[in-house]
Design a protein around this ligand. Sequence first.
Ligand code: ADP
Ligand code: MG
Length: 290
Amino acid sequence: MRIVAKGLTYTYDPKSPFAAQALKGVDLTIEEGEFFGIIGHTGSGKSTFVQHLNALIRLTGGALKVGDYDLSDKKCRFIELRGKVGMVFQYPEYQLFAETVEKDVAFGLKNFRKGMREEEISAAVQEALETVGLNYAAVKDASPFELSGGQKRRVAIAGVIVTRPEVLILDEPAAGLDPLGKQELMQLLHSIHGSWCKTVIIVSHDMDEIAENCTRAAVFSEGRIAMEGTPAEIFRRADELLALGLDVPTTAKCAMLLRGRGIDIDTDFTCEDFAEKVLALWRAKEGGDA
Ligand code: ADP
Ligand code: MG
């Protein structure tokens, strides 16, 4: 499903003295098949934007289409849309509630896929838990509250992917995880993206995460899009990102330092690309010296 937002605006509590305009006209297209990154400061409108995509926040200004669903249409089939656009909130583990892991993960299915038989539900729950790297037999009867932090996060993700959404949105999915946990989570997302999930959208503060994982990204700033493009296109504009008070990936920092020393090195901004470019320079120099 292709996502097209045009002139999206949104204000919280519009009639109160605390009215906060969170989106000030967002134009963004996310193609089917992308692994898309959304970057920006706290308060720049990232969460407000992504919550529009499955109509958790109803459209009040601008236009938004997700596949054939026109979210400006009051007759849009919102429940059906939510079965196809899965949303993993920030710190989703705080939303676990059922007595057992099995019931928690099954909850989403029962909501969105009415009329499934019990065996089909168990099979889907088992598959979702195993996809996120948990042993079904070992965890299904446990209380979600007995699990470790990392396991809880996996259960919460299983509860969203159990409906096999075509578009999976994750708001700061790696926040609070240790480096290994982050790496495992990204591997999990790529494996889902490579199989049945067509589009993955992650909101992230971590520029290295965006550089290493995304096909394209958008930088939000004060309710608008400040930049959009491939990680290479965005991080080549490192000075502008720094001026916005945002960080840049480690590879971009290294490239800037080298540029300051007169070595102009353009990388695609993954560590691997960076290493390749440095090696190529090194080899050229060795060849030149010989
Ligand atoms: P981000 O996810 O980039 O941190 P948000 O979309 O959460 O940004 O917030 C954008 C703006 O909207 C901020 O100014 C924030 O204070 C305000 N905001 C977010 N959620 C609410 C809410 N539930 N009620 C009132 N204001 C909100
Ligand atoms: Mg947020």
